[in-house]
Design a protein around this ligand. Sequence first.
Ligand SMILES: CC(C)(COP(=O)(O)OP(=O)(O)OC[C@H]1O[C@@H](n2cnc3c(N)ncnc32)[C@H](O)[C@@H]1OP(=O)(O)O)[C@@H](O)C(=O)NCCC(=O)NCCS
Length: 157
Amino acid sequence: MLIKELSKSDRKWVSDRTELLFGGDFVVSRETVHNPATLPGFVVSEGPDRIGISTYNIVEDSCELVTIDSLCQWQGVGSALLEAVEAAAKEAGCKTIWSITSNDNLDALRFLQRRGFHIKEVRVGIAAQIRMMKPEMQEIGHYSIPVRDEIELSKSL
Ligand SMILES: CC(C)(COP(=O)(O)OP(=O)(O)OC[C@H]1O[C@@H](n2cnc3c(N)ncnc32)[C@H](O)[C@@H]1OP(=O)(O)O)[C@@H](O)C(=O)NCCC(=O)NCCS
C-alpha cells in the first residue's frame, strides 16, 4: 500500500468518486460548497489500483477533512488517509481538524470517534435544505437509513 499526495492525474478520478459517493461533483459543508477534485489530499494505491482518497481544506488554523473514501474497508486504508491529513494539518500549524458526515454514515461516525473526534454539532433535518442545492443527494443512505441530519465532529491536534 502506497500513499502519496494527490496529483493532477488523480483529479478526474477524485471527481468520479465524488459523483458516486455524494451524487454530484461537489460537497456542501457548513453551507460552503467544495469541489474535492480541486482540493489538496492524498491517494492510496496498491499496485496499479487506486484504493482510497482523502481531501482537505485549511482555513487559518483549522483543517476540514472534506472527504475520506476507502475502496477497501477494514484494511487500514482510511487510517492511513486520515493520518496523512492530520500530519499535513499539523505541519501547516492547524490546531483542530473537523469533518461532517450524515446521520446514516455509521462507519464514518465509528471511524472518526475511534480516532479522537468528538461530536460538536448536530444539524437536525438539514439534508432537506442541502437537497434544494443538490437534488441528486440520496434520500436513503448507508444501511438503508434515511439521510436527514448532518453531524459535525472535531478533534484537537
Ligand atoms: C469511514 C471509512 C473512510 C473508514 O475507512 P477504512 O479503510 O475502513 O478504515 P480502516 O481500515 O483504517 O479502519 C477501520 C477499522 O478496520 C480495522 N483494521 C484496519 N486494518 C485491519 C486489518 N488488516 N485487519 C482487520 N482490521 C483492520 C481498523 O483497526 C479499524 O478498526 P477500529 O476503528 O476499531 O480501530 C470508510 O468506511 C469509507 O470510506 N466509507 C465510505 C466513504 C465515507 O462515507 N466517507 C466519510 C464521509 S466523507
